[in-house]
Design a binder for this molecule. Structure first.
Ligand SMILES: [Zn+2]
Length: 458
């Protein structure tokens, strides 16, 4: 009896050719001209789901001008077996040779150990890893878990419709476990598992003074300049250590224990190298008692994203401006509530606004709480064992500083969610000469098979 892993190995050549076939369909979701290509990719995927052994494979239309979801289902493991929901996206970013591509972006080109093409890593690597893992199980006696494979066609263009679809059809997507297959690991040789993502809240701080712009000769020195007042206010939002000074800001922050901090110290080795290479500022900044990985993943931030006010054109104009504005956002960690954080900032700003100006804080969007997947959940432990067997190294657990909004959506329909990325940071996702190490595809397939076997065995 052939095992799924033997099947994947025996069919490696065909899997690689099919991966290239999918890459050749330029499923660019942001460019209306490519809508037929996105549709063609959806049809290709539905057909390949059927060939893989899925019982149903449907193309779910989205509103006019938007791109379909593809949903494959297989319930052969029976009602007592767990159900696993797998998510990937099959649309890609635009790419033209003029952006600096050395090879045609939609003609997959192998060079040494790597393959170059748009979508190679983001995210057709994940689509094919999950699809071929399912095929390898379904063609060798069946999967130990029921399968729902959902593929999105507009992740790169705002994911406008999937959240509403999941909310409206939660019963069809209901699962014990969900694996969001997207993103990167620390290094092609060092897999990692993200178990926490930061939340966000964004706002605008408006400071105004006089009734209109004034002549700086007539009024300068007697009116508190709103730009200066804004600068004085925002200078009081952090102390010299980089800690946010808003009272209560850290009250709901869940501290990490020694075990977790030991794990994060390992992840920090990669984070620091990446910081030196990419951020490349004169030196790191921030809370001295935390390493860079912790500052980004474990601690919340209050960031100034933009500032406007007064005259900024060429030459000069001796104006005393009527108003100034700063855009502020906070990256939040568990258990900070976006609305409570907004209220705390609003209260503090009211206290520190000098009586010579007025300030107003405006919420820009509802905000999102941090998502904590936990590194001890059954799904996370299964994923860790899957990487160890399929990738060949025990993964490092890491916290991500950003947000993956789809995580919150799938937490509504699945008991446990994991994020399984097979890409790597220098794979140039979104940039020219996007590439993967070809072994990533085969390790991805193997790791995905092990994950389904591991959750099936629990
Ligand atoms: Zn992307």
């Amino acid at each position: 009896m052939t095992t799924p892993h033997e099947y994947a190995q025996a069919n490696a050549e065909r899997f690689r050719e099919q991966y290239k076939e999918l890459i050749r369909i330029p499923s660019i979701s942001t460019l209306p001209d490519h809508a037929p290509d996105v549709q063609r990719a959806a049809e290709w995927l539905a057909e390949h789901m059927r060939q893989a052994g899925f019982e149903t494979a449907e193309i779910i239309k989205m509103p006019e001008g938007r791109h379909p979801l593809v949903l494959g289902q297989w319930n052969g493991a029976g009602p007592d077996a767990p159900t696993v929901l797998l998510y990937c996206h099959y649309d890609v970013q635009p790419a033209v040779v003029e952006d600096g591509w050395v090879t045609p972006p939609f003609e997959p080109t192998e060079k040494g150990e790597r393959l170059y093409a748009r979508g190679a890593v983001d995210s057709k690597l994940h689509v094919m890893s999950q699809l071929k893992a399912c095929e390898s199980l379904l063609q060798t006696g069946g999967s130990p878990v029921n399968l729902k494979l959902i593929l999105e066609g507009e992740e790169e263009s705002g994911s406008e419709n999937i959240n509403a679809f999941v909310d409206a059809h939660g019963d069809r997507l209901r699962a014990d476990y969900c694996a969001i297959s997207d993103g990167t690991i620390l290094d092609p040789a060092q897999p990692s598992l993200v178990y926490a993502l930061r939340g966000i809240i964004a706002m605008e701080l408006h400071v105004s003074g006089p009734a209109q712009d004034l002549h700086s000769g007539h009024y300068g020195g007697s009116v508190h300049n709103p730009i200066q007042a804004l600068a004085e206010i925002i200078a009081q939002l952090h102390d010299a250590n980089g800690t946010v000074t808003v009272p209560g800001f850290y009250d709901a922050v869940i501290a990490a224990d020694a075990d977790e901090r030991a794990q994060l110290a390992k992840a920090n080795e990669w984070t620091e190298r990446e910081w030196q290479r990419v951020a490349h500022a004169p030196q790191p900044w921030g809370e001295a008692e935390y390493n860079i990985h912790e500052r980004v993943g474990l601690r919340p931030t209050l960031e100034l994203n933009g500032i406007t006010g007064g005259f900024t054109g060429p030459g000069f104009k001796t104006v005393l401006p009527q108003k100034a504005m700063a855009k502020i956002s906070c990256r939040l960690v568990a258990d900070q509530d976006p609305d409570e954080i907004f209220d705390l900032i609003q209260t503090y700003l009211a206290q520190i606004t000098p009586p010579t100006v007025r300030s107003e804080l405006i919420k820009m969007e509802p905000g999102a709480k941090a998502a904590v997947l936990g590194h001890t959940s059954r799904a996370m432990q299964a994923a860790a064992r899957a990487y160890e067997q399929g990738w060949g190294a025990r993964p490092i657990f890491e916290r991500a500083g950003g947000s993956i909004p789809i995580t919150y959506t799938f937490q509504k329909v699945a008991d446990e969610v994991v994020i399984m990325g097979f890409g790597y940071k220098s794979g140039q996702a979104h940039g020219p000469n996007e590439n993967i190490y070809l072994h990533s595809l085969h390790r991805g397939i193997d790791t995905a098979i092990y994950f389904l076997q591991e959750v099936g065995a629990q």
